[in-house]
Design a protein around this ligand. Structure first.
Ligand SMILES: NC(=O)C1=CN([C@@H]2O[C@H](COP(=O)(O)OP(=O)(O)OC[C@H]3O[C@@H](n4cnc5c(N)ncnc54)[C@H](O)[C@@H]3O)[C@@H](O)[C@H]2O)C=CC1
Ligand SMILES: O=C(O)[C@H]1O[C@H](OP(=O)(O)OP(=O)(O)OC[C@H]2O[C@@H](n3ccc(=O)[nH]c3=O)[C@H](O)[C@@H]2O)[C@H](O)[C@@H](O)[C@@H]1O
Length: 431
């Protein structure tokens, strides 16, 4: 089988499929990525993935290419995992890479094949891609198009690929379902639930799942705003909500809000879809999830400014965190970098530290300064801002920073620290 597009999703998927015993060719138009993967190097940080990549390459089950000809000649099952970012200057998804992948692949298909879309796409895309395949594949080639969206989380990509919570198969025929069940047999045998449905429902299941997670985060952040105004504490409130199993405790962490390459763009794409369908109230509801989330970034910038006495200009600010969440080096739409950039734009001297993400951050935010160590970032700081809740920083002792900082002032934007511990050590602490 082949996996087309070896980014965050495609690399994990190619490695996961090989680990399940399939012979896999990973394909990407980015030759540098293909060269790295062929040398058993994962071009991004993902726990456990490099070891599994090496194991499967060495076992002869996994290789990589930049050639569509090779993919079409050597595989009869193709997973499409290319990017679907937000359109520049609009809310909808940019489908140019999905369209080009389907066109390039199908123009080379001459015999029976299964094409599985895994990219997250707006409803209606699978049907259009099935038409692209019909137009471009050889007459009588019997190419089956299915859509099986992916739910893996960065930082947990290996376990989520090998042991997903559920599989969703969007199919147009019994043959599509049969072929997918065969591919995923080892996963299904481990009691993974399978939802078999039509293309449109499968596409909407994916964006609904991400929107629900985003909604939970924005819900608790909306309640946090009320708590701040009313003098209540959102942390025990969230814990109490989470004890109700109908609500569930996950994704109720208040703070700086969500970012990354998926949640923000997926709620906006669904919003664009609702607007196109004439569902104005639904679009307004989805818009508020985004508004509340983005306001968290402004609130954190405001909190830091207040703690510095009203101005950032001329002050040294230490930013802890660049990745959009812990466990990854992905900086796409990172709330931490958005805050760091806003503080820099107000005239502060900002130094950012992150355990793994400063390389990517320096490329996307070249005007920020970066330090390879916590001490380097904290040196002479008038304010520390903890913006990504890496495990190694959770529960940090104030003594770690005290030798370096100029002022004992900290904004803990992820509720990662113990307020009483920091306050009793003489810190001006705000969450
Ligand atoms: N990152 C994640 O954890 C998850 C991502 N997704 C979805 O998966 C899709 C991919 O996301 P990421 O892997 O994060 O993006 P990414 O940007 O890391 O990877 C996309 C890859 O596709 C390649 N590509 C673009 N056009 C191509 C073409 N015509 N032929 C071959 N390769 C091509 C790019 O060079 C790039 O390496 C998106 O739709 C995303 O919403 C879904 C679930 C999880
Ligand atoms: O479609 C996708 O790409 C993926 O998007 C998310 O996965 P991911 O983007 O890796 O990150 P999450 O773990 O969902 O975190 C998203 C953001 O929410 C924030 N978050 C999370 C939980 C919480 O309680 N509070 C909170 O602010 C995180 O810091 C992070 O910025 C979904 O969790 C995956 O199921 C989905 O497959």
């Amino acid at each position: 089988m082949s996996v087309i597009g070896t980014g965050y999703l495609g690399t994990a998927h190619a490695v996961g499929m090989a680990e399940l015993g399939h012979a896999v060719i990973g394909m990407d138009v980015d030759r540098e990525k293909i060269a790295a993967l062929s040398a058993c190097e994962v071009p991004f940080f993902e726990p456990g993935l490099t070891e599994l990549l090496r194991k499967n390459v060495e076992a002869g089950r996994l290789r990589f290419t930049a050639s569509y000809d090779e993919v079409a000649a050597d595989a009869d099952i193709h997973f499409v995992c290319v990017g679907t970012p937000q359109l520049p200057g609009a809310l909808g998804a940019d489908l140019r890479w999905v369209e080009s992948a389907f066109t390039e692949l199908s123009a080379r298909l001459t015999g029976p094949a299964l094409v599985v879309g895994k990219s997250t796409v707006p409803v209606g895309t699978a049907r259009r891609m099935a038409e692209v395949v019909r137009r471009h594949a050889a007459d009588g080639a019997r190419v089956e198009v299915t859509w099986s969206p992916e739910f893996l989380r960065e930082g947990h990509a290996v376990e989520d690929t090998l042991r997903p919570d559920r599989l969703v198969f969007g199919v147009a025929s019994a043959r599509g379902e049969r072929l997918l069940r065969e591919v995923y047999r080892p996963v299904i045998e481990h009691h993974c639930p399978v939802v078999v449905t039509d293309y449109a429902t499968a596409e909407l299941i994916k964006v609904s799942a991400n929107t629900f997670l985003a909604m939970k985060i924005s819900f608790i952040n909306a309640i946090a705003e009320i708590c701040e105004a009313a003098g209540a504490d959102v942390l025990p409130l969230a814990a109490a909500l989470g004890h109700d199993e109908r609500i569930g405790g996950s994704f109720l962490g208040p703070g700086l809000g969500f970012g990354g390459g998926c949640l923000p763009k997926d709620i906006r794409a669904l919003l664009a879809c609702a607007s196109e369908l004439g569902l104005g109230d639904v679009a307004a509801f989805l818009h508020q999830i985004d508004v509340i989330n983005l306001r968290r970034r402004t609130r954190v910038v405001d909190a830091g400014r207040e703690m510095l006495g009203g101005r950032y200009a001329g002050r040294r600010v230490c930013v802890l965190g660049a990745a959009f969440k812990p466990g990854t080096d992905d900086v796409r739409d990172s709330p931490a970098l958005a805050v760091a950039q806003a503080v820099l734009d107000e005239g502060a001297d900002v130094v950012v530290h992150d355990p793994v993400a400063t390389g990517g951050a320096a490329r996307s935010h070249p005007r920020l300064r970066y330090a390879g160590t916590l001490a380097g970032a904290a040196k002479d700081a008038d304010l520390v801002m903890l913006l990504t809740d890496w495990t190694e920083w959770r529960g940090m002792d104030p003594a770690v920073l005290e030798p370096w900082v100029r002022e004992r002032t900290i904004v803990d934007a992820r509720h990662a620290l113990s307020p009483s511990r920091w306050r009793s050590a003489g810190w001006n602490y705000r969450a």
